[in-house]
Design a binder for this molecule. Structure first.
Ligand SMILES: *Cc1c(COP(=O)(O)O)cnc(C)c1O
Length: 496
């Protein structure tokens, strides 16, 4: 097979192999790595229909990560998609009313980031070996809650890696904090900081930019890396479940050969829906890509007007993982619709960082026809949860509810009756209070774990292991530090 190389969306530097792109994360010029071309699926849908999740993952990922051997890739896949998931299907489909829900929340932290973060550590260590990197890889992350736990779960006890997660001590929910501070694994460190999320993030950035520290760590056999959602090692594994979903719907006879399937994705950073776009570009018969936002509707406005404008109030919603005003992965789409012209893309990104906004010219907007953007407010989100529960007994989380609401609106606004996949990004057990209050306001006063048991009763589903574990798990991480002490904490952990 031909090698597939990756280039920066901002143009500087030589093309790199997949494993080099995974090790680097961000390109040195601040751009994102994109494949020089999107490979075409080289496996017939009839074959894919019979494959397990792991086999599908191999069929898709081998076309993007061409410098990995078959054995390397299969080992990564086997280590990632194992009994950490509570179902052998890994990403089961549920037909509810006339929509298909793709449940991406059966992994260790019961949300969709597990799909990529359970394999990223293995792709990284394999990439390190391939490129002769002898250092241990140290992942540094600042988190406002969810990504931190998913990264911890992914990297825990992965040989050749360590992971340090900083969170704002008083800025995450009690359940989120409990999930993180109970994390097992000798290579993990969780630290609360006196400050907010921005302080945590700025502290991590300062550590990354400290050249003296880099030298010191290098001498001790360590190098820093990040598990950011812009890493192609997170993007490529997300393409897999779109191929898998289509193939399984074919297998069940829900789709005719070649029949178009629309997809609605609850979006913040534009990573998940970009993966759907890549699956479509590979030749999977996907129709419209419906981008669902909450009240932070910067993407809805972008698709409607061609102007991306982050200069607006940041709104806290019941779907916090989509409370985002800078959709970092959108840059890959902008690069594409700019005719893969890195200078043009870089000019937009420069405008974005200088003024907070940019506007696409008409001919570029015309290339966004594959997408449809819409949003739901808080009331619409709650209403969607209650309506689907009452109609079908299916309980969705708040992020999925945003998508479900938008998917139905899309149908009524356009009259497009094609089959619709709704991407379900979190278990309702992760956002129990919002979910239960949407079903009945009497739950607003109830205690957290009482709500968990009540949700189990209402939905007829078992309380996930991830939730059971935090009821009783011992606190293993007690470090708390000031903003200025973050670097020292990292050094102490590494024994430098
Ligand atoms: C991260 C996240 C999203 C948004 O995903 P993007 O990669 O930003 O598109 C949606 N729902 C949940 C539950 C998430 O954790």
């Amino acid at each position: 097979m031909n090698q597939l190389y990756y280039r920066s969306t901002r143009g500087a530097g030589e093309p790199v192999t997949a494993s080099q792109a995974i090790l680097r994360g961000l390109a040195p010029d601040g751009g994102l790595y994109v494949p020089e071309s999107i490979p075409q699926m080289d496996c017939a849908m009839e074959e894919l229909a019979e494959m397990s999740y792991q086999e599908t993952a191999y069929a898709v990922m081998k076309q993007f990560l061409t410098d990995f051997t078959e054995e390397e890739l299969k080992t990564c896949i086997a280590r990632a998609y194992d009994s950490k998931f509570d179902t052998p299907e890994i990403a089961p489909l549920r037909k509810v009313e006339d929509l298909y829900y793709l449940e991406l929340f059966h992994g260790a932290t019961i949300a969709f980031k597990d799909m990529a973060l359970s394999i990223l550590p293995h792709l990284m260590t394999a990439s390190a070996r391939k490129n002769g990197v002898k250092n241990e890889i140290v992942i540094l992350t600042a988190t406002s809650g969810d990504t931190g736990k998913a990264a911890l779960a992914g990297f825990a006890d992965v040989e050749g890696t360590r992971i340090v997660v900083f969170y704002p001590k008083d800025g995450v929910s009690p359940i989120q904090e409990k999930q993180m501070v109970t994390q097992k694994g000798a290579n993990t460190l969780v630290v609360g900081i006196h400050g907010n999320f921005d302080d945590a993030q700025n502290g991590v950035k300062a550590i990354f930019n400290d050249r003296e520290l880099e030298q010191e760590l290098e001498q001790a056999g360590f190098q820093l890396s990040s598990a950011n959602s812009i890493n192609i090692g997170r993007l490529v594994p997300q393409v897999v479940y779109y191929v898998y979903a289509y193939a399984k719907l074919r297998q069940r006879g829900e789709l005719q050969p070649g029949e178009l399937l629309n997809v609605t994705v609850p979006t913040g950073n534009f990573g998940n829906i970009l993966a759907a776009y890549y699956a479509k570009s590979m030749g999977v018969p996907i129709g419209k890509l419906v981008c669902a936002s909450n009240e932070n509707k910067v993407l809805f406005d972008f698709f409607r007007t061609g102007t991306y404008d982050r200069n607006r109030e940041f709104i806290l919603t019941s779907s916090p993982s989509m409370d985002i005003l800078i959709s970092s992965n959108l840059e890959r789409l902008i690069y594409k619709v700019a005719g893969e012209d890195p200078r043009q893309n870089a000019a937009f990104m420069e405008q974005l960082s200088r003024t907070g906004a940019y506007t696409l010219p008409e001919e570029m907007r015309d290339r966004l026809q594959d997408f449809w953007g819409d949003y739901t407010d808080e009331q619409g989100t709650a209403q969607a949860i209650r309506q689907v529960y009452e109609a079908a007994g299916y309980v969705m989380d708040t992020h999925t509810a945003v998508a479900s609401h938008v998917a139905k609106d899309y149908r009524s606004q356009t009259g497009d009756r094609s089959k619709m996949l709704v991407v379900s990004t979190a278990s309702p057990y992760k956002f129990t209070r919002s979910v239960m209050s949407a079903i009945d306001s009497k739950y607003e006063q109830a205690e957290d774990f009482a709500l968990v048991d009540e949700l189990s009763r209402l939905s007829g589903t078992k309380v996930p292991q991830a939730i059971e574990a935090i009821r009783s798990a011992p606190v293993l991480h007690k470090t708390v530090c000031g903003k200025s002490e973050m670097q020292d904490v990292v050094k102490r952990f590494l024994g430098v």
